[in-house]
Design a protein around this ligand. Structure first.
Ligand code: FAD
Ligand code: SF4
Ligand code: SF4
Length: 477
């Protein structure tokens, strides 16, 4: 092993080349170039092959990171791919958009004296190469099963479950109200973090493996939820969370104040070549405008960086806490700063100015007080500290809550948690309705892609467990 590994002492950390901020401001392409094969092997060889790999412990999928790093360092890339794909349905996606600084890389033990192994970039490189080399084969179940599963939601949770169940031979149909597969991967997360071809490639791969998709299918709207329960042996709800948190205060209803997801969806659709009247009318186009984004999470970061690329005159992010206490990835904040975004920390909106459309935001400075019951510091206004920021477009990015699914699905028996997410059994993933399971953000609340994949895989295994036992019991009768 020593010949190939433990190079962190002599070899500095190197990430794939990041395009210059001036260049990346002009397009929606990903900001990192691909690893060159030699660089990927070298960077993988920096791993010290820990006996207890804290990187894996802190990866929600428990990825076998040291082993696939070692195989990469040895040039055994096809084996590295097999190993990586065994625990992660979409390694090339996680390699691009996981907040590695908080997960695997942030817990890499060599990080203390040296910079961490670039785990995400190597993970991405392994599977991108596997696609190029034709090692990624369509799903091919050993045997077909007659039972069918209906999955509502083609986001990462639904897709990960679809892959797992199809591999076991189930007949899988995924329903989504959108016209494309991917959920937030396709219409939420912008191309500069995750190019759309990467998502479209996985859509085709799932179809080639026998997963059926029914798109433009609003379950609970055009198609009653009860129809799916009648049509399938089990139903998995993986609908995500989409109800935007709203802002109050004077002027909050003025034209020119828009929701983050509406803004990102129109931008992503434009990039995919769709006709987008709302964008063409100027409502969601930041070009030439002073843009203010309110919020401090990943969604807010994606909005500020989208506005920069659309040619905004200025982009300001208002967040009521400070840099250390924001929920978004710090890596994305520094990318945004490099691209020209101004962050106004410890500031919250008080009122929106303008007569027939928004022209500015009046904000007030905040300071962090004592921790509340959750341990998070409270925020308090500083009297007399109001200030005004010019704005022609205000984007609200304050987070998302779940929709009222018992009402939408006309199933009052579906039980909810205190937060409005679906209540499921922690091991079986089953909801209060027999045969109806749930996974992803609709259970966990707004979270991460890697957790959605984990939940989708676990829920699929639980469905398999229940259906295979039911089949055995029926055969024994
Ligand atoms: P979703 O991805 O939301 O998919 C749910 C699907 O269900 C959607 O396609 C929706 O159309 C469909 N659906 C909903 N209701 C119905 C219905 N009634 N009938 C039919 N279909 C329905 N996470 C990261 O790890 N890294 C990031 O960089 C990151 N950036 C993000 C940026 C933004 C702007 C947002 C909003 C989120 C981001 N996240 C990020 C979080 C991540 O995208 C989510 O945690 C993840 O997508 C959740 O997966 P899911 O499958 O549960 O739901
Ligand atoms: Fe790290 Fe995410 Fe990959 Fe896990 S899935 S190894 S957390 S990048
Ligand atoms: Fe390698 Fe870092 Fe994981 Fe240790 S924690 S096995 S050094 S990647």
């Amino acid at each position: 092993m020593a010949e190939h590994m433990l190079k962190f002492i002599t070899l500095p950390q190197q990430t794939p080349k990041k395009r210059a901020a001036t260049e990346r401001r002009a397009d929606f392409a990903e900001i990192y170039d691909d690893f060159e094969p030699k660089a990927a092997e070298e960077q993988a060889s920096r791993c010290s092959q820990c006996g207890i790999p804290f990187c894996s412990v802190n990866c929600p999928l428990g990825n076998n990171i040291p082993d696939w790093l070692k195989l990469t360092a040895e040039g055994r890339l096809e084996e590295a791919y097999e190993l990586s794909a065994a625990t992660n349905t979409f390694p090339e996606i996680c390699g691009r958009i996981c907040p590695q600084d908080r997960l695997c890389e942030g817990n890499c033990v060599i990080e203390k004296g040296f910079e961490s192994v670039t785990i995400g970039a190597v993970e991405r490189y392994i599977t991108d190469t596997a696609f190029e080399e034709g090692w990624v084969k369509p799903i091919h179940p050993v045997r077909e099963r007659h039972q069918s599963i209906g999955i509502i939601g083609a986001g990462p949770a639904g897709l990960a479950a679809a892959e797992w169940l199809r591999s076991q031979g189930y007949q899988v149909t995924v329903y989504d109200r959108h016209d494309r597969v991917g959920g937030l991967l396709i219409y939420g997360i912008p191309g500069f973090k995750l190019e759309k071809e990467i998502v479209l490639r996985r859509w085709k791969w799932l179809e080639d493996g026998g997963v059926k998709f029914v798109l433009n299918a609003d379950i609970g709207g055009k198609i009653p939820f009860a129809d799916l329960r009648n049509a399938h042996d089990a139903v998995l709800v993986a609908t995500g969370v989409y109800k935007s948190r709203e802002l109050g205060g004077p002027g909050a209803g003025l034209p020119g104040i828009v929701r983050a997801l509406d803004y990102l969806i129109t931008s992503n659709r434009k990039g995919l070549g769709d006709a987008v009247p709302d964008y063409d009318s100027g409502l969601y186009d930041a070009a030439g405008k002073n843009v203010v984004v309110i919020g401090g999470g990943d969604t807010a970061m994606d909005c500020v960086r989208t506005a920069v690329r659309q040619g905004a005159k200025s982009v300001t992010c208002l967040y009521r806490r400070d840099r250390q206490n924001m929920p978004g990835s710090l890596r994305e904040v520094s990318n945004a700063e490099d691209e020209g975004v101004t962050f106004t920390w410890l500031s919250a909106p008080e009122a929106f100015l303008g007569d027939d459309k928004v022209t500015g935001v009046r904000a007030i400075k905040m300071h962090l007080g004592l921790p509340d019951a959750s341990g998070r510091q409270s925020v308090e206004q500083i009297e007399g500290s109001s200030f005004t920021v010019q704005a022609d477009l205000v984007i609200k990015a304050l987070g998302f809550d779940p929709e009222d699914l018992p009402a939408a699905f006309n199933e009052p028996e579906l039980k909810l948690t205190h937060w409005g997410t679906l209540k499921t059994h922690p091991r079986t993933f089953e909801t209060a309705l027999p045969g109806v399971f749930a996974a992803g953000d609709i259970v966990r609340g707004a979270s991460l892609v890697v957790w959605a994949i984990r939940d989708g895989r676990d829920a699929a295994a639980a469905i398999h467990h229940q259906l295979s036992h039911a089949a055995q019991a029926a055969a024994a009768e």
